[in-house]
Design a binder for this molecule. Structure first.
Ligand code: NAD
Length: 366
C-alpha cells in the first residue's frame, strides 16, 4: 500500500515523502521493527538543524551512541538509519557488559551551514531536553570539536576534545577481532603476508590500516576520498582499488570500514575472501545475509562485537575510568569473538545469530 505518511506534519518544511507501509504510520513501523523505545525529532530554523534521536533501550542504563552528520537522500532514510544504529548500540553495549543502553542521533546535513558551531550547540540544547536519557558521542561526519559545541549546552556528551577520540580505540578492538577471526578461520593469528582489503580509510579505517601494515599484511584499500587513498598508498604501501572493485577482489580478509549495508545478496555472491571483519556499523543489509555468508563458508565477525572498542572507551571514560582499565576491556573483544565463533560452530549456526541471541537475552530478559 503506497500512501502519504500521517507523520508528515512533523516535517512540514521538508518534501512530503511517499512511503510504503502495511498500514499505520511509517515511524511506528520502523519503531516496531527495531523494537525502539522512543524517537525524538527537532528542528531549529535559525541554525538549519534538523535532527533525530533514536533511543533503542534504557533497560541497562542511559542510551549512549554517536551522532552522525550526513546528507541523507530523504527523511525516511535518516529515521531508518537512526533506528537501526540505535538498536546496534544496545546490542553492542549489552555484549560488552556496559551499564548503558543504546541510542543514536542523526543530524541531516544541510547543503550550506552558516555556523556549524551554532548548529551543534542547538543540538546540545535538544539533548538536554532528554534529561540524560541519551548521551552523545562522535560518529561518521562529526568530530571532537562538534562535541565541544554540544558540551556548551549539556553534560550528556562524550568524546569531546578533552576526552579524546574513540576512533583509535575502535581500530584497536577491530585489530584484535581480525586476529581472532584469522585464528578461527585460517588457523593462525599472525597477519604477516595476509592480503587484507580495507574499504573506507576514515578515522577508524586509516588507523586500522596502519596497524595492519605494521603487522605485515598486504593491504588493498579503497575510499571515496582520493586523498585518503593516496595517503595509504604513499605511507603504508597499500594498493589502491576502485570502491566497486574492492569487495570482489580476492583476499584473505575483507574489512568494511565505510558506511553500513555493504553486505547484501549481490555483494556476498562476489566476495572472494575467507573472513569479513570490519568496523562499519550495520554491515548486513538484512539479517539473512549472515546465512548467505555462512553458506559461502565466509566467517563474519558480528559488527557490534568487533567494533565495540570506541563505545567501551567513551562509556568507561564517561564514568571516569583510567586508560589501563579501558585498555584491559578492549583486549577482551578478541576473546568475546572467539567464544561466539566456538558457540556458532558447535551449534552449526552463524556467528551473527549467536551474537544477536546473546544480546537479546540481556535486553529482553522476560
Ligand atoms: P569516517 O566518516 O571517518 O570514515 C568513513 C570513510 O569511509 C570515509 O573516508 C568515506 O569516504 C569512506 N567510505 C564511505 N563509503 C565508502 C565506500 N562505499 N567505499 C569506500 N570508502 C567509503 O567514519 P569512521 O569514524 O572511520 O567510521 C567508519 C565506520 O565505522 C562507520 O560505519 C561508523 O559508524 C563505524 N564505527 C565507527 C566508530 C568510531 O569510533 N569512529 C566506532 C564504531 C563503529
Amino acid at each position: 500500500l503506497i500512501h502519504r505518511s500521517p507523520c508528515r506534519a512533523r516535517f512540514s518544511a521538508l518534501p512530503i515523502l511517499p512511503v510504503i507501509t502495511a498500514g499505520g504510520c511509517i515511524m511506528f513501523g520502523i519503531m516496531a521493527a527495531t523494537r525502539l523505545e522512543a524517537l525524538h525529532f527537532t528542528q531549529d530554523p535559525a541554525t538549519g538543524l534538523q535532527a533525530i534521536i533514536a533511543i533503542h533501550s534504557t533497560l541497562l542504563g542511559p542510551a549512549l551512541g554517536g551522532c552522525r552528520y550526513f546528507a541523507y537522500a530523504d527523511t525516511h532514510s535518516a529515521v531508518a538509519d537512526a533506528a537501526r544504529l540505535a538498536q546496534g548500540m544496545s546490542y553492542k553495549a549489552a555484549l560488552a557488559g556496559l551499564p548503558f543502553g543504546g541510542g543514536k542521533a542523526v543530524i541531516l546535513r544541510p547543503p550550506h551551514v552558516a555556523n556549524r558551531g551554532a548548529l551543534f550547540e542547538a543540538f546540545g540544547r535538544f539533548i538536554e531536553t532528554l534529561n540524560g536519557r541519551y548521551i552523545s558521542a562522535v560518529d561518521s561526519g562529526t568530530k571532537a570539536f562538534d562535541m565541544d559545541c554540544i558540551a556548551q549546552q549539556t553534560q550528556h556528551v562524550t568524546s569531546t576534545s578533552s576526552a579524546g577520540d574513540p576512533s583509535p580505540h575502535t581500530a584497536m578492538g577491530v585489530f584484535a577481532g581480525i586476529r581472532s577471526s584469522a585464528m578461527a578461520r585460517l588457523g593462525c593469528d599472525d597477519l604477516q603476508g595476509l592480503r587484507i582489503a580495507v574499504q573506507g580509510l576514515g578515522q577508524v579505517g586509516y588507523a586500522l590500516a596502519e596497524q595492519l601494515a605494521a603487522a605485515g599484511a598486504e593491504l588493498l584499500v579503497s575510499d571515496l576520498d582520493p586523498g585518503r587513498v593516496l595517503l595509504a598508498v604513499e605511507q603504508l604501501g597499500a594498493r589502491a582499488l576502485h570502491s566497486d572493485e574492492l569487495a570482489a577482489t580476492p583476499c584473505d580478509i575483507f574489512v568494511p570500514c565505510g558506511l553500513g549495508g555493504v553486505l547484501d545478496q549481490a555483494t556476498v555472491a562476489h566476495l572472494h575472501c575467507a573472513v569479513v571483519a570490519g568496523a562499519a556499523n550495520n554491515q548486513l543489509a538484512s539479517p539473512e545475509v549472515a546465512d548467505l555468508l555462512e553458506a559461502r563458508g565466509i566467517l563474519y565477525a558480528p559488527d557490534y562485537v568487533i567494533n565495540s572498542g570506541g563505545l567501551i572507551y567513551v562509556a568507561l571514560q564517561h564514568q571516569g575510568a583510567e586508560l589501563p582499565a579501558i585498555s584491559a576491556q578492549l583486549t577482551r573483544i578478541g576473546q568475546r569473538l572467539t567464544d561466539i565463533y566456538a558457540q556458532a560452530q558447535a551449534q552449526n549456526r552463524s556467528p551473527a545469530r549467536v551474537a544477536a541471541e546473546q544480546a537479546e537475552a540481556l535486553l529482553y530478559p522476560h
